[in-house]
Structures are given as structure tokens and as C-alpha cells.
Design a protein around this ligand. Structure first.
Ligand code: MN
Length: 327
């Protein structure tokens, strides 16, 4: 079994919840891989491959590249014990890697080839990650530990992100009745779609307004707020007493899968899974069942209410009766 000395030296027994003593495991037919999202001082995704009884590990500051031929930095770090593959939780402040860890994807892998220079090509069989990636000891900036992770050129269904037009709500006077309706606050602010590609987010303003410094700050928080590097969100940039926030109420695309034809309820489920609620500046717009009560509460705050049909698809660029603005 490979040596975990460096791994143990960095961690304090009794003060971190992470596994410290490896147990012997039964041999599986195929080795496992895991990607853990680690919201530490610097957000990164830890990419780990089972090898020789431990997990060979790389920290990916921009996540796993998903586009054909895309490459990004993979910092080679110390081997981790196999038990780490299922670790999720908070590492207390002051400890090594302080922050929170969650499993982003896991599965098995096959080694496609290993070159004499150390380049390792693997086929992943995961929930989200399927297909070929290569790990290349590129020594970026002359640093031994700075590898590259490369998505195979022929793979990756993702093209350049599509341009979307926001769906608009029709004005209405009466709160629609029936269980097919859900209700949200009609947020005051700037409506903006936010496409994210390769962990870089931008705002596309319906009103074509220029981005100011607060917006740039929000965009900087987006990779930490969203559990992916590729998606398109819809929401409103709001000014609250505590600062600016992007209040998100819909998701149009995740990792190349277009969601426009999914019912609103399904898009909401996916959106709730996507947003990390540790991040206050990017938050989910809550949905309510009781429209009349929400309207009373919203009016008291000078806000409107938007009624949404639960089974409605996202009608791009359309003024639709499936969304109704009550003010
Ligand atoms: Mn980490």
C-alpha cells in the first residue's frame, strides 16, 4: 500500500472529521474515482483515482473540464486514504483544508493508457462524468505539481453556450386559484440571465444595462455558489440592505442539457440541487403555495408576486400567461 505519511502529517486526529486510519478493503473488479467539491478558502474540486490501495489526488481550481479538448490546471496533491472517497462534511476552521466537502461525482474508471512521461488517460464511468480524460504532468510554471487535466478532443457534447431570451410574465389582477399554481416574490431589481462556461459566469441583461462593480463581485462568487462549471441561470440582481445579491428562480441549461421543455417543478428541483446555500449572495427565490397570503406579505414590503404554473415549460423570449405578475 502506498504511503499516507504526508496526508496524516497535515491533519490533527480528534480535530478534523476526516478519516485517518485506513482499513483493508476487499478487491473490487474496477477501481473507483471520486470528485469532491471542496469549498475551502479557495474553492476547488478534488479529483481522486484509486490506485495501489490509496487515492491519487489532484485539486482542480476550475473543476473538471467538460468541453471537447478543454484543459485546466490540476494541482497534484498528496495521496488520500481510500476511505476518503465517501467523506462529506465540514472541516473546522483553523484545520488543514477548512471548509466544507461534498461528493460531486463518483464511479469506476479504466486506465486507457499510461505513457512513460506519466500522462494517464482514463475512461470514467460516473453519474455526471462519462468518457475520456487525460492527466498530464505538464509542470506548468516549472512546478512539478502543476499538472493539466484534459477532456478528450473528440468527446464532450458541449458546444458554445446558447444565447437565451428571458421568459416574461403577463400582468394580472387576480391571484390564480388551484393547486397547479406556485407563487414567488416579484423581485425589484435587474432581470438577468447568467450563463456560466468553464466556471466563468457572466450576466446577460434583458435591459442591456452596463455591469457595475457590484455585479462583477457577484459574478466572482458564482463558481462557489453553483455546483457546476457549466449552466445558465435566470434571476434578478437585487440591492438589499446587506448588499447586492443574485436571486435565482430558474435554470435553463446544466452541463449541456437544455431544460426549456422540462416543467417548472423539475427545473426548480434541479436548481435547488445546483445552488449551494452556504453562499448568501446567490440565492434561490423561494416558492410558496398560498398566493393570497404571499401577496399580502409582499405588498407590505412594496413588492409584487409572480404566479407560475407548475407544469409550464420555459417559453423563451415570450410574454406568457403561464407566468403572471400581480402587483
Ligand atoms: Mn481539497
Amino acid at each position: 500500500m502506498a504511503d499516507l505519511e504526508e496526508y496524516r502529517a497535515k491533519r490533527n486526529a480528534g480535530e478534523t472529521p476526516e478519516p485517518l486510519t485506513p482499513k483493508r478493503r476487499r478487491k473490487r473488479s474496477r477501481p473507483i474515482f471520486v470528485v469532491q467539491r471542496h469549498s475551502a478558502r479557495r474553492l476547488h474540486y478534488d479529483f481522486r483515482l484509486e490506485h495501489d490501495g490509496v487515492l491519487r489526488s489532484w485539486a482542480l481550481p476550475r473543476g473538471v473540464p467538460l468541453r471537447a479538448g478543454e484543459r485546466s490546471l490540476a494541482v497534484h496533491v498528496e495521496d488520500h486514504p481510500l476511505e476518503y472517497a465517501t467523506f462529506e462534511g465540514d472541516i473546522p476552521g483553523g484545520q488543514y483544508g477548512a471548509g466544507w466537502v461534498e461528493v460531486w461525482d463518483h464511479g469506476t474508471y479504466e486506465v486507457q493508457r499510461e505513457r512513460p512521461d506519466g500522462t494517464l488517460t482514463v475512461i470514467l464511468h460516473g453519474g455526471r462524468l462519462q468518457g475520456e480524460w487525460a492527466l498530464v504532468p505538464a509542470k506548468l510554471d516549472g512546478e512539478e505539481r502543476n499538472w493539466l487535466i484534459v477532456r478528450a478532443a473528440k468527446e464532450g457534447a458541449l458546444g458554445p453556450a446558447r444565447h437565451y431570451e428571458p421568459m416574461l410574465a403577463r400582468r394580472a389582477k387576480r391571484v390564480p386559484a388551484g393547486e397547479e399554481w406556485a407563487f414567488e416574490i416579484g423581485w425589484n431589481g435587474t432581470r438577468a440571465l447568467s450563463p456560466m462556461e468553464g466556471a466563468k459566469a457572466r450576466f446577460e441583461h434583458a435591459a442591456g444595462k452596463k455591469l457595475d462593480a457590484r455585479c462583477k463581485e457577484l459574478l466572482g462568487r458564482m463558481p462557489r455558489a453553483v455546483r457546476t462549471s457549466e449552466c445558465v441561470l435566470d434571476g434578478v440582481i437585487c440591492e438589499f440592505d446587506e448588499g447586492a445579491a443574485y436571486v435565482v428562480f430558474d435554470v435553463l441549461e446544466i452541463e449541456g442539457a437544455v431544460l426549456l421543455d422540462e416543467p417548472w417543478t423539475r427545473r426548480r428541483e434541479l436548481l435547488a440541487e445546483l445552488l449551494d446555500d452556504h453562499v448568501g449572495e446567490v440565492r434561490l427565490s423561494r416558492a410558496y403555495d398560498d398566493g393570497a397570503a404571499l401577496r399580502t406579505a409582499a405588498r407590505a414590503q412594496g413588492l409584487g408576486v409572480v404566479a407560475k404554473r407548475r407544469d409550464a415549460v420555459y417559453r423563451e423570449g415570450a410574454l406568457s400567461g403561464d407566468w403572471r405578475l400581480l402587483d
